[in-house]
Design a protein around this ligand. Structure first.
Ligand SMILES: N[C@@H](CCC(=O)N[C@@H](CS)C(=O)NCC(=O)O)C(=O)O
Length: 248
């Protein structure tokens, strides 16, 4: 039986979420480097990639044996959890599941906006205007305030006292901001979020899933060199495959 495949780069936020879930659950998979936005053979806009996910963004998940493929990180997280019966991460109870889904939908255009602050450094080809960066920062800060005062006000994790796929999705965006990673936004002004980040970093698979971010380090003041991006991608992909080798 062929292993499932995740296409993407380890630096990408939504790729990191999918990779982390698989590492956390110790599911062997193949990680295939696919460059976001590129129409070259190994790119997310190549005809081959588009035949698997017409949206042309990473991550894409594929089960070669069945021909099933899926894009959109939150859909992939939900599929993995429901098809594998990981009830603690994505409950079967409709009301409990709806609370997780509520976050997964809220994520886009809210917490996900934070990535513009990272993309402005690592994706110079996207040419963000000052106005769009300011708007993204404003939306991100407002969404963090909702997490701080609503989602994390009473619980240790976003929905329950234990993590779900909502936490993994959110961490991929918020965790990258920390000073030991990209350092492009100061999350320390949010005490509940800061404690939650600490709790999340104790979950299995964390180190390997975040190796690319650690390798690149701060991009607060300037865009990284192409060479540094390459080094971070290689280190991240290596950490992921080394972690998978330890599963039996
Ligand atoms: N909503 C999508 C977002 C995916 C996404 O934006 N991925 C970026 C990399 S972080 C990408 O592939 N961009 C391709 C492009 O810019 O053309 C998800 O959660 O999977």
């Amino acid at each position: 039986m062929s292993l499932p495949i995740v296409y993407g780069v380890p630096f990408s936020q939504p790729v990191r979420a999918v990779v982390w879930l698989l590492l956390l659950k110790r599911v062997p998979f193949e990680f295939v480097l696919s460059m976001p936005g590129s129409s070259n053979n190994n790119g997310s806009r190549s005809p081959e990639f588009l035949s698997k996910f017409p949206g042309g963004t990473v991550p894409c998940f594929e089960e070669p044996d069945t021909g099933f493929s899926l894009g959109e990180s939150n859909a992939i997280l939900a599929y993995l959890a429901s098809s594998n019966g990981w009830e603690e991460l994505y409950p079967e109870n409709p009301k409990e599941r709806a609370k997780v889904d509520q976050y997964l939908h809220y994520h886009h255009r809210n917490i996900r906006e934070g990535s513009t602050l990272v993309a402005k450094r690592v994706r110079p080809d996207l040419k963000f205007s000052e106005q769009s960066i300011k708007a993204a920062e404003k939306n991100f800060r407002a969404a963090l305030t909702i997490l701080e005062n609503f989602f994390l006000n009473t619980n240790d994790f976003l929905i329950f006292q234990h993590p779900t796929i909502a936490d993994i999705s959110a961490y991929a965006e918020i965790g990258q901001m920390q000073s030991h990673y990209t350092d492009v936004f100061d999350v320390s002004e949010f005490p509940h979020i800061s404690s939650w980040l600490q709790r999340m970093s104790k979950l299995g698979g964390y180190e390997a899933a975040h190796c690319a971010l650690k390798e690149l380090g701060s991009i607060k003041d300037q865009a990284p060199e192409i060479e540094s991006m390459k080094k971070s991608t290689i280190a991240g992909a290596k950490a992921i495959s080394e972690a998978i080798k330890t599963f039996s």
